[in-house]
Design a protein. Structure first.
Length: 442
């Protein structure tokens, strides 16, 4: 159900540059602190990660949760108990039209991250957006460019980015503890794919679920129950989730992406299976090639992602000196040592003999959600704003495109947002929204 999408650089700049004129409700940026000092906040989503996000944001003494948009009434009970004064909406568009807000969190299934976040930013609202930032590359670039142009406060929900463990990994690499980086291997044991057939049935929509609103920008289709889509397994489906890469890639790539100063890869290649007509495949091996940075050896840098039951090869695992490979994490191989970055624990420097007695720098963590609130109030900056989270998400989502073309090296021009050698891959850079669900500027 993927519509052909082949944006030219001129078309893309025209869309982003003209967004302010296409949307009459665009306001000036709101970087000044709210007049009352209280941040008026709304949540898109009331349960699961949305409840976690809004709870953490509301633990800041200067946040007032005034509204929520939730398409499934059965998932509202906990939210109503915790925020009894908040007004409840089904449709996010109605909430944005009626409420006076300063900020929002977008914590929905992946396919609605982009349209909701852009609609909010077009109203001058600051956005805390769950990972992955969006469902596709075009959406990610659009949000990144728009947030920068309007100088809005943004933060992607990779909360471990602010944790001491991941900050330590960044500091160790950038201080030269392992020398120049030669290669990186990163993995997750999660398995957000499905090689089976789609159930051949149509189920009744559960009471309280607005199925049309849940589908949002995606193509219409009948409801299938038992967790095929909602609430449990949408991550497995092409039209709604982004597989294991989207779920965990933004987390696990993050410390090495930041530490090494990675930018846009020059190529990406999938060694695993292709997705079927409706779901992501399992057990991916994705090979990226990134340009060199000040923290790498000369020449391009190979970075390999594994998920499901795939893991780095034996010669890489041998560098752990008998330690068990973490369930999720990264191995950064440098000219003067190796850094193991578990998800989530303090990084390990190897070999043991070389780093015995090594004095680590002092690193402190921060509250990722409060950092966002403080920035909205004009006090400090966020550490995972869309200028950082956008390129990180683009790198991750390139992996999902690569899986559609197994054993094929896709050459990528990040500036133009195009694949240069396999033109067919460009149809997956973005997608057309369902009629009636278009968002101006996207």
């Amino acid at each position: 159900m993927q519509a052909d999408f082949r944006p030219s650089r001129r078309d893309f700049l025209k869309v982003v540059g003209g967004a302010a004129f296409a949307a009459p409700f665009v306001t000036s940026n709101l970087l000044a602190a709210p007049p009352s000092g209280i941040v008026r906040h709304a949540s898109f989503g009331a349960a699961g990660m949305a409840m976690a996000d809004v709870s953490e944001l509301a633990s800041h003494p200067n946040v007032k949760v005034v509204a929520v948009a939730e398409i499934d009434a059965s998932r509202l009970a906990g939210f109503k108990q915790k925020f009894p004064e908040a007004r409840v909406y089904e449709d996010y568009r109605v909430l944005l039209e009626k409420e006076q807000l300063d900020s929002v969190n977008v914590s929905t299934p992946d396919h609605m991250h982009g349209p909701i976040a852009l609609a909010a930013m077009q109203r001058g609202l600051h956005v805390y957006g769950q990972k992955p930032l969006t469902h596709n590359l075009h959406e990610t670039r659009t949000l990144t460019e728009f947030a920068r142009k309007k100088r809005l406060v943004t933060q992607m929900g990779i909360q471990l980015h602010s944790a001491a463990e991941y900050r330590m990994a960044v500091e160790l690499v950038q201080s030269g503890a392992i020398g120049k980086v030669r290669e990186i291997h990163t993995w997750s044991s999660k398995d957000w794919g499905d090689n089976g057939a789609m159930p051949n049935r149509v189920d009744p929509v559960p009471a309280g679920l607005n199925w049309d609103l849940w589908l949002g920008v995606a193509a219409a289709r009948p409801f299938i129950g038992q967790g095929w889509y909602h609430p449990g397994n949408w991550r497995r489906r092409l039209d709604f989730g982004t597989g294991t890469f989207g779920d965990m890639g933004c987390h696990i790539f993050d410390p090495v992406f930041k530490a090494v100063g990675l930018t846009s890869p020059v190529s990406v290649r999938s060694e695993g299976a292709a997705p079927n007509a409706h779901s992501w495949a399992t057990n991916a091996i994705i090979r990226y090639v990134f340009p060199e940075t000040p923290f790498t050896i000369k020449g391009n840098l190979p970075v390999t992602w594994y998920d499901g039951n795939q893991r780095p090869p034996a010669e890489v695992r041998a560098l752990l000196e008998g330690r068990e490979l973490p369930d999720q994490g990264s191995i950064v191989i440098g000219t003067d040592g190796v850094l193991v970055v578990p998800h989530v624990a303090m990084p390990i420097l190897l070999p043991d003999a070389k780093f015995k007695g090594f004095k680590r720098p002092e690193v402190k963590g921060a509250n990722h959600w409060h950092q966002f609130v403080d920035a909205v109030r004009g006090q400090g900056k966020t550490s995972a704003n869309f200028d950082y989270a956008g390129p990180l998400t683009e790198a991750v989502l390139l992996g999902s495109v690569a899986t559609r073309f197994p054993q094929t090296t896709l050459e990528w021009n990040g500036r133009r947002l195009q694949f240069t050698n396999v033109k067919e891959a460009n149809q997956f850079v973005g997608r057309r929204y369902r009629k009636g669900w278009e968002v101006k500027g996207m």
